[in-house]
Ligand binder design. Structure first.
Ligand SMILES: Cc1cc2nc3c(=O)[nH]c(=O)nc-3n(C[C@H](O)[C@H](O)[C@H](O)COP(=O)(O)O)c2cc1C
Length: 368
């Protein structure tokens, strides 16, 4: 049986992880207005590396000024961001963690109030709850955004990170291209699954060509987003293409890794099991969603994940991997007091953000 603290290697000169635990990307609103990392954001991530995580992923970081989704978001679109990115990458490495930057573009979820521009997407979109309709990117603009992703990945390698995670989940621009409802294009960037995945593939191809073979390239996907027309069957098919594209790791964002497919109540298999079965044997799979204690982490590995990702438990418990040494590790669950979160190296800005998450902070939004 695989244990969360067993090491893991990507092979072929790529990094080896000291264990199978991953801090999943977490937005924390602590960056400066020009996308430069703050002391607080660096500190929050270094603390998780000190706590023993195998991989530490940054917050979603926009690759283009027009792709910024919210204030305080980290950016990887300009060389002025390099010095502090380098400081973070060095710090994570010296603390024994493998580092990934999550690179993204908000698309229709990059509001004018933040970017000063009308939001863009795969197609004209007016039904996804955004404040303003998004307009379809022209073909040449799609190519420009691909270049922005590639340049951002190159910048991350230059800064010393071990790799990037392309954020194809949670309804941002890559997911908007994947979904049948948000992508109704009739050119080469739309149509069947292969057309709707062409944007993702172009980014993957560009990053692979412009970075070294050792540089890790992960892709994060949401298995299903009904409102956008992202269906599980297609996500499973897309997953099978990633190994041949040169993607090193698939990260599935399950939200609840213990549930099966939402539309298939008679099929008891978890999403992790479904993806494991679809992927070639041994292809690296990371699964995240509602994992809190040691037994849950071990269960998800038993379902076929190679790595387990956590977000919320890593906020309250920066040294979560150390706890996993005990078989019955059951770290305290939320709500956490603001003092406890401050002691875990969350700044007042981040604590304020977490007050919006149901039941997370004692004086924040209540659990129901
Ligand atoms: C505060 C917070 C910020 C998040 N920001 C991101 C993000 O920037 N990118 C992303 O892909 N997921 C983000 N997520 C989702 C997490 O990566 C994770 O998939 C989700 O929280 C479920 O895992 P958990 O149950 O361990 O918290 C965020 C989650 C939290 C709690």
């Amino acid at each position: 049986m695989v244990h969360p603290l067993d090491p893991f290697s990507f092979g072929d000169g790529r990094p080896t992880l000291r264990n199978r635990t991953v801090v999943a990307a977490m937005t924390n609103k602590q960056s400066h207005a020009d996308g430069v990392l703050s002391d607080e954001e660096i500190r929050w991530l270094l603390r998780r590396a000190e706590g023993g995580f195998g991989i530490v992923t940054t917050a979603a970081a926009h690759v283009d000024e027009g792709g910024q989704g919210w204030e305080g978001e980290m950016g990887v679109w300009g060389d002025h961001q390099l010095p502090r990115l380098t400081e973070l990458a060095d710090g994570l490495r010296s603390r024994g963690a493998v580092s990934l930057v999550q690179i993204f573009h908000g698309g229709l979820r990059a509001p004018r109030a933040v970017t000063g521009q009308q939001p863009v997407s795969a197609s004209d979109v007016n039904d996804q709850g955004a404040e303003e309709p998004a307009r379809a990117l022209t073909e040449s603009e799609v190519e420009e955004v691909v270049v922005a992703f590639v340049e951002a990945a190159v910048r991350c390698e230059q800064a010393g990170f071990d790799g990037v995670e392309l954020h194809g989940a949670h309804g941002y621009l890559v997911a908007q291209f994947l979904g049948t409802k948000t992508n109704r294009r009739t050119d080469a960037w739309g149509g069947d699954l292969s057309g709707r995945a062409a944007f993702l593939k172009a980014i993957v191809d560009g990053v692979r060509a412009a970075t070294s073979p050792e540089f890790l390239l992960a892709v994060r996907l949401s298995p299903q987003i009904d409102a956008m027309g992202i269906r599980l069957a297609e996500s499973l098919e897309l997953a099978t293409w990633l190994p041949a594209w040169g993607v090193d790791l698939l990260h599935i964002s399950c939200w609840d890794a213990f549930q099966g497919a939402p539309d298939e109540p008679d099929d008891p298999r978890t999403l992790t099991r479904r993806f494991r079965t679809a992927l070639p044997e041994g292809y690296p799979l990371l699964s995240t969603g509602a994992i809190w204690d040691g037994a849950e982490a071990t269960y998800v590995l038993g379902e076929g994940a190679d790595l387990v990702g956590v977000a919320r438990v890593a906020i309250g418990h920066p040294a979560w991997p150390e706890g996993l040494a005990k078989a019955d590790y059951a770290p305290a669950r939320p709500p956490f007091s603001p003092e406890a979160l401050a002691a875990a190296d969350l700044s007042p800005v981040f604590i304020e953000y977490m007050r919006r998450w149901k039941g997370f902070v004692t004086d924040g939004r209540s659990a129901d």
